[in-house]
Design a protein around this ligand. Structure first.
Ligand code: SAM
Length: 267
């Protein structure tokens, strides 16, 4: 993941922090995640969840990975390093009548303050993690039955390579990818299974076109005055799906990785 670090000169000239996610993006994503429309990863989590069982969602965002498991679950604990995302998760849980708790902090540092659950889910976080092994060990130590992770086949911003080249003449890395994620988990001795599919769930987005463009412009470390150029470079990737403005990367398989917790470490 070190190769994904941006050169100091680009970061120093960035008007705003390029990292982080606008809560609106994950709010819309969580609103589209319903119990009537479970994804493959949701179903693998539900299969291991006893009726009235508990769920821990690490890197919860607004809760798209875990809220569809309500009402089978009695409690969903969401961990996130972003207080804004946790507030949105708490709002989404309340809207659905789900009992939720939040733990603010980065994983695995926050693990010591986090209760164990029957099933641990962790969707679209692995590529943010510099050292995946302790992260995965702590996920497993917090699950009585199963851990389910979802990741895109390639890094979720790999599709932006042409934009980095156009605006900064910067080449971006191609690895790690989902094969590397699975390899780390298996090397730790966990019998991880994997399944690839093209997700049919809509990804969420923004109410306003300019917010979708501004998000990509921030990620590219550019000044707000460059929005029109960014929109032009995005071209047909900037789409309105009838409800949201979003930036559509090329169709990318989503990989579900899941493993059952060995009895010797399950509580
Ligand atoms: C791409 S979002 C995914 C949100 C949600 N899981 C989903 O699938 O919609 C990643 C989330 O993980 C959080 N995050 C990233 N690294 C984290 C870490 N090490 N510990 C806790 N949260 C983290 C971010 O703040 C963000 O809310």
């Amino acid at each position: 993941m070190r190769e994904w670090a941006l050169p100091d000169a680009i970061l120093a000239a960035a008007p705003e922090q390029p990292w982080g996610f606008p809560p609106e993006l994950f709010r819309s994503r969580a609103e589209l995640a319903t119990p009537g429309e479970l994804t493959f990863a949701n179903r693998r989590a539900r299969d291991a969840l006893p009726a009235g069982g508990t769920v821990l969602d690490v890197g919860v965002g607004a809760g798209a990975a875990s809220l569809p498991l309500h009402p089978r679950s009695s409690l969903i604990t969401g961990v996130d390093s972003s207080a804004d995302q946790l507030s949105e998760f708490a709002r989404q849980a309340k809207r659905r009548g789900a009992t939720a708790r939040t733990v603010e902090g980065g994983w695995p540092e926050a693990a010591a303050r986090t209760p164990i659950a029957d099933v641990v889910v962790c969707n679209h976080v692995a590529y943010n993690v510099a050292d995946l092994a302790p992260f995965v060990v702590a996920l497993t130590a917090h699950a009585r039955r199963r851990v389910v992770m979802e990741v895109t086949k390639r890094h979720p911003t790999a599709w932006m390579a042409d934009l980095w080249w156009r605006f900064h003449t910067l080449e971006r890395p191609l690895r790690p990818d989902a094969d590397d994620v699975v390899s780390v988990i298996r090397t730790l001795g966990f019998a991880a299974r994997r399944h690839a599919e093209i997700s049919r769930r809509r990804a969420g987005g923004f109410e306003h076109r300019e917010d979708a463009v501004a998000w990509i412009r921030r990620r590219l470390c550019l000044q707000p005055g460059r929005d029109a150029e960014v929109a032009e470079a995005l071209g047909e990737r900037l789409v309105h799906d009838g409800a949201f403005w979003s930036v559509k990367p090329p169709i990318e398989p989503v990989i579900t990785v899941w493993w059952d917790v060995p009895p010797e470490i399950a509580e």
